[in-house]
Design a protein. Structure first.
Length: 292
């Protein structure tokens, strides 16, 4: 005879186990954390009335986004200032996101890039630290902007208004033959000479670099002031300016960039201490540190 186990005690035991959480949950109910979004591309382009800056991610769109104007760009982790050419600085921060792979290699291309656009001058990385990815955008002007997201692929899009008139100017960079070559840049009127000099210090675009153009800084980090009076442009450089004995220096790019304007006949370049070799008279001048 086969012994029959009582049914009621088994049912009661199952009910108790379910109530106390002792029964295993179905496999499909287990929640796993989503993969960290990884930045795989940055691009910018001009559309009617706006410059569009796009950050493309592998995986989902970062849920944490903070985009605002700041007075200074600060590197995450080190706390050191980061320079970006432009008259306004936009800080772009993505939380729980990364811009590198498991080996630590950057996944989105150059960490500093220049654009020949009416509004966006430069985009620079300011941090990829503790799952926080940050950038700074140097802009021609502080303007209203709108942020939205897209999927397929995942993108964060920043549309920056460009409600101002621009004119084409030339900036001169060193080519492979160590001569100055002109490229075109749109700058906001009426400060066209200032805008041209600012675009010069932003450097060439990625496409221009591929053609062999580069900006020779001679250790200048930028310029603090530009004045034009009586046909003389005076440029005050920042940084520890030094030519290092080179025949081609930052002066060979500044002079043609400024002399394209009818109001400039002579260019006098000053170092950070405010000195130049020939501060007076109708002649070009450079600081002693830029002499070969």
């Amino acid at each position: 005879m086969i012994a029959m186990l009582p049914v009621r005690p088994l049912i009661a035991t199952a009910m108790v186990a379910a109530a106390t959480g002792l029964l295993a949950a179905p496999a499909q109910a287990v929640q796993r954390p989503a993969a960290t979004p990884v930045l795989v591309g940055i691009r910018a382009s001009h559309h009617e009335g706006v410059d569009r800056l796009v950050f493309e991610f592998r995986g989902r769109v970062p849920a944490q986004r903070d985009i605002r104007y700041v007075s200074e760009l600060i590197a995450d982790g080190s706390g050191k200032p980061v320079t970006a050419a432009g008259n306004a600085l936009l800080q772009i921060r993505f939380g729980q996101a990364a811009g590198h792979d498991r080996r630590g290699d950057v996944t989105y291309g150059p960490v500093r890039r220049t654009y020949a656009l009416p509004g966006v001058v430069q985009v620079v990385n300011t941090g990829d630290f503790e799952a926080t990815l940050t950038f700074g955008a140097g802009l021609a002007r502080r303007v209203p902007f709108r942020v939205h997201t897209l999927t397929g692929p995942s993108r964060v899009v920043i549309d920056l208004a460009t409600p101002y008139r621009t004119v084409p100017v030339r900036a001169y960079f060193m080519n492979a033959g160590r001569h100055a070559t002109a490229v075109s840049r749109p700058v906001a009127a009426p400060a066209t000479a200032y805008g041209a000099l600012q675009r010069l210090f932003a450097g060439p675009t990625q496409a221009e670099k591929a053609q062999g153009l580069r900006f020779v800084s001679s250790k200048a980090t930028g310029f603090s002031k530009l004045t034009i009076q009586n046909g003389i442009a005076r440029v005050y450089l920042t940084g520890r300016v030094a030519g290092g004995g080179a025949a081609f220096t930052v002066a060979d790019q500044i002079r043609p960039t400024l002399k394209q304007f009818p109001s400039v006949k002579w260019v006098k370049i000053y170092d950070a201490a405010g000195t130049t070799q020939q501060p007076d008279g109708p002649t070009d001048s450079v600081p002693q540190s830029l002499e070969p």
